[in-house]
Ligand binder design. Structure first.
Ligand code: LLP
Length: 452
């Protein structure tokens, strides 16, 4: 058993996970032991791997950009909880939040507000007020209305708020259309091409209580090919030059968002932090030289590339059904979660890998589809994979690389309680976000007395 080939390419697994001992193991704890203690479905996070990936991005930014290194923000939307916020802090990263809710998690973790950047395309007065009151470092402005709103709140509080102007460089990113964000016909940011961005910088600069410190762009998520960033960098740098010439303002910071891809299935390539950042450094340097401006400080906001690969989901198989098709047959393997804990397959056609987690089988592999327990045929977790033909009820399945936008996009569809997140480190497992219960869900119900 020890010498069998891993059913999933090691580069898709977290650093301290493997199948080497005959079953899926995370940081020394076997899948079957995790399930005995915590049940299924469950997200299992390799804590040391999170530390390593977070630090790798921060250090790669510092090493590649040297004096021109800005800030490495962890994008909370990929997944945040109080524990995760503490890990982000201890790895020396700052935090990007995009709602009042994410901000409250950070504050509950005592994350230093001067290391928080506040995003979002429709921040409410209440959210901006809270952000300014607690002293967030920067607010990323996304519309003229919002610039006015931030300025009004800052002046009422007699403070000067640092802002970044979010621009859209008009780049078609190579990713799913719902997660591409920097083309023209999109809700985010101010278009450089249309002149909206220049107007926004002017409004910001002239506002009494705002300090425009730089520009922000984010071209999309799971960007295949780092070259996708080059054009956005070039256009944004040329725009910095325009701002200097036309408004006499030298903006020193450029935030180039996140979007660095990870491996989900065999053949996918993942982003190596050093390689990514040294490529980005060259691109910014080249563009700054071309536009004849001094090199801006560069900040990044990786989410997926830090948390995605650290986490796997464990499920228990409930039923197995062989479906005969014109061109063969398919094994439908149904597990005890589904689109409520992983919406990415049905929403973005995302691909995942799956494997038996509690044993290594020598049965032949057959074409399989991993589905959930929701009342919907689109309730698919892994559309196409090969699983052993002897997968049977009670077996455990693992889908790796579910850390980003898995638990964070989970829902209660069909009243399924959302799974817990279990952190494993050095042979010890602990809950960092507990499993929801039916009682949690029922606690929201408001029913008139006597009307049942
Ligand atoms: N910065 C900004 C301004 C963003 O909007 C995002 C992601 C990030 C950073 C982090 O991007 P990452 O490094 O994680 O790719 N739910 C989708 C992804 C949506 C991403 C939204 N913004 C998915 O599951 O693929």
């Amino acid at each position: 058993m020890m010498n069998q080939k891993s059913p999933i390419d090691q580069k898709i697994l977290s650093r301290n996970s493997s199948f080497a001992g005959g079953e899926f193991t995370v940081a020394g704890v076997k899948a079957s032991d995790l399930v005995k203690e915590f049940g299924t479905p469950a997200f299992v996070i390799d804590e040391a791997d999170f530390d390593a990936r977070a630090k790798a991005f921060r250090l790669a930014l510092e090493n590649s950009f040297g004096q021109r290194a800005g800030t490495c923000y962890y994008a909370a939307k990929a997944f945040i909880s109080i524990e995760i916020a503490k890990w982000v802090e201890r790895a020396g990263l700052s935090l990007d939040v995009c709602t009042g809710g994410e901000l409250e998690v950070a504050l509950a973790a005592k994350f230093p507000p001067h290391r928080i950047e506040f995003h979002g395309n429709n921040k409410s007065v209440a959210e901006i007020t809270r952000a300014i009151e607690v002293g967030v470092e920067k607010i990323v402005a996304d519309s003229e209305i919002e610039l006015e709103r931030i300025n009004a709140i800052a002046s009422a509080k007699a403070v000067t708020q640092k802002v970044l102007i979010r621009v859209t460089p008009g780049v078609e990113a190579h990713t799913h259309q719902f997660i591409a964000t920097a083309h023209e016909d999109v809700k985010f940011g101010f278009s450089i091409a249309s002149g909206a961005a220049l107007r926004a910088v002017k409004i910001g600069v002239e506002a009494s209580n705002l300090e425009v410190v730089g520009l922000h762009f984010h071209i999309g998520s799971q960007i295949m090919g780092i070259e996708g960033f080059d054009l956005a960098i070039e256009r944004t740098t040329a725009f910095l030059k325009r701002v200097k010439d036309e408004l006499g303002q030298e903006l020193n910071e450029m935030v180039i968002g996140g979007g660095f891809a990870i491996a989900y299935v065999e053949g996918d390539s993942s982003s190596d932090a050093e390689q990514v950042l040294s490529h980005l450094f060259d691109a910014v340097k080249r563009s700054a030289e071309k536009s004849a401006i001094s090199m801006p400080r560069v900040s990044i906001e990786p989410g997926r590339a830090i948390i995605g690969p650290t986490t796997s989901t464990l499920y228990q198989v409930g039923t197995v059904k062989r479906v005969e098709l014109d061109d063969g047959s398919r094994n439908y393997v149904a597990v005890d979660g589904g689109m409520s804990d992983n919406i990415r397959t049905s929403l973005y056609d995302a691909e995942y890998s799956a494997a038996l987690a509690n044993r290594i089988s020598s049965a032949p592999s057959i074409s399989s589809r991993v589905v959930g327990k929701h009342c919907e045929s689109g309730d698919i977790i892994v559309r196409d994979c090969n699983l052993p033909s002897d997968v049977t009820p009670g077996d455990l399945l693992v889908t790796p690389a579910t850390g980003a936008y898995g638990r964070s996009m989970a829902s209660n569809y069909n009243h399924l309680p959302r799974p817990p997140v279990i952190a494993v480190r050095d042979g010890k497992a602990r809950v960092i976000l507990r499993r929801e219960t039916h009682a949690d869900l029922l606690s929201l119900e408001v029913s008139q007395e006597g009307q049942r």
